[in-house]
Design a protein around this ligand. Sequence first.
Ligand SMILES: Cc1ncc(COP(=O)(O)O)c(C=O)c1O
Length: 398
Amino acid sequence: MTVALDQPEALIIPRPGVSALLPSRIREIANAGMGRTDLAAFWFGESDRPTPAFIREAGMASLAAGETYYTQNLGRPALREALSRYVSGLHGVEVAPERIVVTGSGVSALMLVAQMLVSPGDRVVMITPIWPNIAEIPRILGGEVARVPLTISGGRWSLDLERLLAALTPETRLLVINSPSNPTGWTIDRGDQIAILAHCRRHGIWVMSDDVYERLVYTGTMGVAPSMLGLAGPEDRVISVNSFSKAWCMTGWRVGWIVAPEALMPDFTKVIEYNTSCVADFIQHGAIAALSPNRGEAAVADLLHELKASRRLLLEGLREFPEIECPEADGAMYAFFRIAGRSDDMPLARELIDTAGLGLAPGSAFGPEGEGWLRWCFAARPEKIVDGLGKLERFLRR
Ligand SMILES: Cc1ncc(COP(=O)(O)O)c(C=O)c1O
């Protein structure tokens, strides 16, 4: 029996801060085209390769062994130790396991850090355009996001450092840097990092560095983008957020990590307990396998080799069209470009689905700075990219 409650319908609403969140426009476009078999879809930031077999096998072995129980809030010690070795080796600094938190994805890591640092009314500064989740998460907690747009200079995405430092007022609580960036691929350089860290130290501003794409860099020989972790001391107010999703093709596993000052660990333990309590054991076993120095690194190198080829194919293909502008960038796995005369990216993305069978993410999903742009994820087989370029050509030459 249902009981009629004496409650006006208008009261069935969440907190105003939640109603005010923007829905993801990437999802909006993908939902419009998903399931169509004639469509070449490049809208999500995900490789079309499955997770390497040795990682899947490690997860399966853990399940087969019956490892189906709760684990430690901050992650299994073996995974925190493996992450400590991995991060320390990658950035040439000692990062102790006690500074590492295992999280149920990169996006969950972003939320945990926001829950740790952002209070209502706090000023959070971001370099934009930026992946919508990074911008919306602090707003769930009442943070106020200030945006500093990248510029295009000499055909490359670049940061106006003076403008960023001016935005980092002494009242600022948190600076968020996503480098290599989703969607532009812009990658910060060491000089800018040094200036930013000095400024943030002076004013007591926290820095959260989203390093999810740090292994996906196409210039230089280091195999990793410069990270704040290589500069900051263990007591600096610097937090790095990372994920297994991109470099090991593990988007569906939902596992990531945080590096933070050790003094925060008791509080991280609490927020994790009250969010998810822990990450599933078999997932952590997969993550440990991903970090194995030989097979793990070989898998990352293999992916990067493929990405380099598909990036070249896509960028060269896009530049064949005189009406397309596609600035250069050093990292991530996207081409962010615009078509002269088409500043309406949402209708354009829909039209591309309907008339060309091509699925791209609309630039305005990444904020007002992205209006008129489109994002194409090139973590795809070369045949698929060639097919997509053919669809785009037919669309442009109609
Ligand atoms: C910049 C950035 N940060 C974090 C994430 C989160 O990755 P995941 O939640 O799959 O670990 C993504 C995913 O697209 C991303 O682009």
